[in-house]
Design a protein around this ligand. Structure first.
Ligand code: 5GP
Length: 190
């Protein structure tokens, strides 16, 4: 999608370790025009899939997920990264290795927010090695819900998580796919 690719080129910054910083429009400061356009784009791809709930992970997936949920007229559930005092009752949980924090984390979702009657679209900001998305897919499986698909704003294609999901038959839509970021130069997959 042109608006996202342009923002990545103009406002993104390639950091060491295969990390793209997009704090200027997605992760720290949020550009409502860009995320609205992304939400509409995701809706167009999945509008016939019977989506009843959007599932994401705190914190940076929430903005895109919520704005997309407006188009589907459904609720957004977000997985928390640790148990806090305001979470009680039974939980779905899945472990994953965090790309940005470089540690093992557990995602948790209260069982009361997801069940077998749901058709779930998973949304996140980035797809790198696929750890976070696979943990969310695990949670959808535990709930007995149907997985409509997965959509991410930015897939870093060179880190392999997206192709693994496609091989497994997951309906994946990445708005922008980056094939390489060598020497600070972002190259998009055509
Ligand atoms: P994965 O689990 O697919 O390896 O990594 C995806 C998760 O790590 C996303 O939830 C995202 O928050 C974070 N992440 C991965 N790569 C990047 C990156 O290049 N930039 C930023 N800002 N976050 C990333």
């Amino acid at each position: 999608m042109e608006i996202l690719e342009r923002a990545i080129l103009e406002k993104g910054k390639v950091l060491n370790g295969g990390v793209l910083k997009v704090g200027a429009f997605l992760n720290n400061q949020i550009d409502v025009n860009i995320i609205s356009a992304m939400g509409k784009d995701i809706y167009e791809k999945f509008k016939d899939c019977g989506v009843t709930k959007i599932l994401t992970v705190e914190a940076s997936g929430i903005a895109i997920a919520v704005i997309t949920a407006q188009f589907f007229n459904c609720d957004t559930v977000f997985a928390k990264k640790s148990k806090t005092i305001n979470v009680d009752g039974e939980l779905y949980s899945a472990k994953y290795f965090s790309f940005t924090h470089k540690n093992e984390n557990t995602l948790i979702v209260p069982k009361e927010y997801l069940d077998k009657n749901d058709t779930v679209l998973i949304i996140d900001d980035f797809l790198a090695h696929g750890e976070a998305v696979n943990a969310l897919i695990d949670i959808v499986k535990q709930s007995g819900a149907t997985l409509a698909g997965v959509s991410v704003a930015i897939e870093k294609g060179f880190q392999g998580g997206g192709d693994e999901l496609r091989k497994k038959g997951v309906n994946l839509y990445s708005i922008a796919v980056i094939d390489s970021m060598e020497n600070g130069q972002v190259v998009f997959r055509k």
